[in-house]
Design a protein around this ligand. Structure first.
Ligand SMILES: [Ca+2]
Length: 65
């Protein structure tokens, strides 16, 4: 996906729209959509190991320019 698609997807996964995807939001999205392989990507997306994913981390991982 491109950067704007990645930002759009981030907004969907970030259910409470606070700008950070928590472990629970990530899991809820993965289980709701059946994308459990995506859930396993959390460790590589969360580059600072905070167990949350910021928009910057998310876009950096998923957007292919
Ligand atoms: Ca959130």
């Amino acid at each position: 996906m491109n950067e704007s698609e990645a930002r759009h997807m981030f907004a969907i996964v970030d259910a409470d729209q606070d700008g950070v995807i928590t472990l629970k939001e990530w899991f809820d999205y993965a289980s709701k959509t059946g994308k459990l392989a995506m859930f396993e990507e959390l460790k590589s997306v969360d580059t600072d190991g905070s167990a949350t994913v910021t928009q910057e981390e998310f876009v950096k991982h998923y957007a292919k320019s």
